[in-house]
Write a protein that binds this ligand. Structure first.
Ligand SMILES: Cc1cc2nc3c(=O)[nH]c(=O)nc-3n(C[C@H](O)[C@H](O)[C@H](O)COP(=O)(O)OP(=O)(O)OC[C@H]3O[C@@H](n4cnc5c(N)ncnc54)[C@H](O)[C@@H]3O)c2cc1C
Length: 301
């Protein structure tokens, strides 16, 4: 049996990939308040995130190419409508007025992270448990959890911002976003930086999403009214054609950050390849989920 610690965007995608290859999987999730997947936007945009020319460039483009098939497989396996919508408008003008059609990136896309996680975990053995510690035992790994111990042959650590518990150099990067109602038919749009971080908006099944703030080393999962007010104003700037946009729900998530902005994926030193790690995806966990899942599955199977 393979135990996946953390059933967020990364852990759920890995579990899905392993299960469809026939592996025996258990997913342990602590149900943390502030889990990033609950608040993530679902923009799949290497261009918007300025990844071209960085060490993530190739991986990001590869993962983006995997997305259409990944979304179809999730939908087929779960029966859920897993959103995958192509086309993101990129706007660099500071006033965000009339758009140059050349800024449309038809191959970039958007999805809905909570649906992706639900679809990936559909019909899997998912248990509510916080993993506190790992111990080496003969033939495997013993997981000490708040719901009792469990022994697995292999373990994948995908605990997001909470990965520091297992000695990994990961810290939280708090992000607040806002869901709004009104003005249907708006496009997914990505702009240059405002107030120090990129601004983007997309229509989703649960409303118009606008995001997101960036606060490194902040563990606070509670929404801040001042952030919500700023995001509401920003939504009206990003979508000047909107008639009305009314705030509906504030979302807060803790992205798993690393000092060099690169994910940590591979074998955990000292565990004889029995423990693998997939964390530190920062702002790119949705984009990189299929490639990360594929990589870990290759390592394990
Ligand atoms: C506001 C916001 C906007 C974002 N927008 C985008 C975007 O547009 N595109 C994109 O690609 N990415 C985006 N991201 C980033 C993306 O959401 C993250 O990179 C991704 O969710 C990381 O996945 P993860 O599984 O590592 O962590 P998470 O999604 O946080 O999941 C970690 C899971 O581990 C569980 N857990 C933690 N500790 C334990 C433990 N000890 N035992 C058991 N379970 C445990 C938690 O309960 C949680 O469910 C955004 C994030 C935020 C916050």
């Amino acid at each position: 049996m393979i135990a996946i610690v953390g059933g967020g965007l990364i852990g759920a995608s890995i579990a899905f990939e392993l299960a469809r290859a026939g592996a025996d999987i258990v997913v342990l999730d602590a149900g943390k308040r502030g889990a990033a997947w609950r608040a993530g936007a679902g923009m799949l945009t290497p261009t918007g995130e300025r990844l071209h020319g960085t060490p993530l460039d190739e991986l990001a483009e590869h993962s983006l190419r995997l997305w259409p098939d990944f979304a179809r497989s999730l939908a087929r396996a779960s029966g859920l409508d897993v959103p995958f919508r192509s086309g993101i408008e990129h706007v660099n003008s500071p006033c965000l007025r009339p758009l140059d059609p050349s800024t449309l990136r038809p191959h970039e896309a958007t999805t809905h992270p909570p649906t992706v996680v639900r679809a990936a975990l559909h019909r899997l053995d998912v248990r509510r448990a916080e993993v506190l510690e790992l111990e080496q035992v003969r033939g495997g790994v013993r997981l000490i959890t708040d719901a009792g111990p469990l022994t697995a042959e292999r373990v994948v650590l995908a605990a997001g911002a909470w990965s520091g518990r297992f000695g990994l150099p990961v810290f939280p990067v708090r992000g607040q976003a806002l869901l709004l109602t009104g003005s249907p038919g708006l496009p997914a749009r990505y702009s240059g930086k405002r107030r120090g971080f990129p601004l983007y908006g997309l229509p989703r099944p649960d409303g118009h999403y606008i995001g997101a703030t960036v606060r490194p080393h902040c563990w606070d999962p509670a929404p801040r009214p001042s952030d919500a007010r700023w995001l509401h104003r920003a939504a009206c700037v990003l979508w000047p054609e909107a008639d009305t946009l009314r705030p509906q729900t504030a979302l807060v998530g803790l992205r798993p950050g690393t000092a060099d902005d690169l994910p940590i994926v591979g074998a955990l030193p000292g565990w004889d390849r029995r423990v693998l790690v997939a964390t530190g995806h920062g702002r790119h966990g949705a984009l990189l989920a299929p490639a990360t899942a594929q990589h870990i599955a290759k390592e394990l199977l």
